[in-house]
Design a protein around this ligand. Sequence first.
Ligand SMILES: *[C@@H]1O[C@H](CO)[C@@H](O)[C@H](O)[C@H]1NC(C)=O
Ligand SMILES: *[C@@H]1O[C@H](CO)[C@@H](O)[C@H](O)[C@H]1NC(C)=O
Length: 351
Amino acid sequence: MGFSRGCLGTFVVATMVFFVAQGDPLVPALCIFGDSVVDAGNNNNLYTLVKANFPPYGRDFVTHRPTGRFCNGKLATDFTAEYLGFTSYPPAYLSQDAKGRDLLIGANFASAASGYDDRTADLYRAISLTEQVSNYKEWQNKVVGMVGKARANAIFAGAIHLLSAGSSDFVQNYYINPLLNRPYSPDQFSDILMRSYSTFVQNMYRSGARKIGVTNLPPTGCLPAAITLFGSNSNKCVSRLNRDAVSFNSKLNSTSQDLVNKFPGLKLVVFDIYQPLLDLIINPTDNGFFESRKACCGTGTIETSLLCNARSIGTCSNATQYVFWDGFHPSEACNEKLAQALLAQGFDLIS
Ligand SMILES: *[C@@H]1O[C@H](CO)[C@@H](O)[C@H](O)[C@H]1NC(C)=O
Ligand SMILES: *[C@@H]1O[C@H](CO)[C@@H](O)[C@H](O)[C@H]1NC(C)=O
């Protein structure tokens, strides 16, 4: 299973690289929204504790420097940008790099500890999804200023917009926040998140976006930190959390179908990362990994953000065979596999 998926991924990547080699990127721009899984440095200058702009984050990145990415190297969206034929990554919108013509390839609006529910971002002083959409509209105005209305509209309609959210809403908010988990069941909380998701898609559509991809929830119960925080017997994925994720994912599918029916010309793809990631976690060796329970950074059981730092004791020397880089986030090697799975599911957004 893992093997055949890997082969498909490799085949698709080879095909894409062939097409891309002939010239321009396959789409005019790439815009990214969501949480720490895709944040490329927007939190660096915020008054938040949720940051990753210090070693050992970034030690395997192209520059071997921390950038604010919650990873040892590239994010899945970095690989996606490469597969689409971009020669640089969409800049973090709040960074120094986000200026002038560099903005024409899109921008990254994501913020670690953000989520569908604006209360999640507020809790950690991150950039809420609502603010991310405002920043996107500001970006659109800058693009119009540079290339004129007609060309700009073609860029917005042709661009791929990726959203990755929901993990922080559950793991860093709902499960630990009595103000949410007393009044709402996981199912009711998912419904609240679905309303934000619908609003997001609607706002993007009204702004001229026509191609949107959204990743579903990973098996949150298998994140090393979730096993430590919410597991009862040490080493096993927390089935309650995984059940909630599967139920959320099925709502995400049906809500997306409703949105596609409602908005003509909208291409909306739900990318399944749940199953590909679960395959890697359950059968790491089939996929070239040896460790899927412990993360590389520190003890590998809990550390993320400030707790994963240059003085963390136990950090592995080589993360390439670890599924997880820190307690919440996949390693670069895992992100590469996930990006291949995304690509295999994303043809609709490219054509
Ligand atoms: C959602 O849809 C995708 C693609 O059709 C499918 O692979 C996945 O299993 C569905 N997920 C759920 C939880 O229904
Ligand atoms: C990590 O290990 C892989 C093989 O598993 C090897 O190809 C790579 O060069 C190593 N990286 C470092 C930084 O030692």
